[in-house]
Design a protein around this ligand. Sequence first.
Ligand code: CU
Length: 110
Amino acid sequence: MNPSVIPALVLLAALVPTAVQAKTIRIEVDGLVCAFCAQGIEKKMKAQPATDKVFVSLEKKVVAVSLKPGQDIADDKLKAEITDAGYVVKGIRRSDESLDDIRKHVKAQK
Ligand SMILES: [Cu+2]
C-alpha cells in the first residue's frame, strides 16, 4: 500500500462510527390526542434498553427518543411498540441533534 494513503484511512476509520451512530430518533405519530396517550407512549419508549430520555409533543404529534451511547432501537421495534399501543407511525428519522434541540425545533414548528 502506498504509505501516503494511510493517514487518510486512519482519519476515515475515526470518522465512520460517529457518522453512523445517531443520538436521537424522531418519530411522527398519528393518534396522540391526550395527556394519557403522551404518558403511555413515553413509558413504552422509556422501557427500551437503548433509551436515554424521551420527549413527547402532543400538539405536534412527535415522539423523540435520545439514545444511550452506541445503542439504537430498530425501526421495526419502534413501529411494533407504537402500533401495539394503538397509534400510527408516520415517519422515523435518526438525527445527531440532542433531545433538547429537537424539543426546541418541534416547539417552534408551525
Ligand atoms: Cu389519549
